[in-house]
Design a protein around this ligand. Sequence first.
Ligand code: NI
Length: 169
Amino acid sequence: MIRPIAKYGDEVLRRTAEPVESVTPEIQRLIDDMVETMYAVSGVGLAAPQIGVSRRIFVADPSSGHRDEDLVVMVNPEIIEREGVQTEPEGCLSLPGFEGSIARPTRVVVRGLDREGDQHEIEGTDLLARAFQHEMDHLEGSLFLDHLRGFTREAILRKIRKLRRSGKW
Ligand code: NI
């Protein structure tokens, strides 16, 4: 089921997400909804808080659904290795229409549980490393906007306020 995506301003995006106790059929349904929702909007990553569920789960796919083997499901993820720095423009499904250049590691290794509840470790480089770090931020209630400073950040906030006033946000 495709779920509505929480936008900037929704307090669920600011909460620290709760760990998942075990990967039950209910959690698997949630994961499936997250994958379906991510693909429906051609996203490369989605965290559970973005569909209003404050749990430590994210899905990512740098091919955005074009190659099945690229789908990553992570429950209770942690980053166990980080290396390098890349600075690239980044967006977020919860901040549609905006992007900002943010420094992220070029390579990370994430450990967590898969859809079956088995532990796995996945290495991500470049776009996938960026996606992993971005989705991990969501689980801590942080958004890419929080990494921006000064004029870039203010300009985005001003545009969002304007969209809100006209009922488009
Ligand atoms: Ni995001």
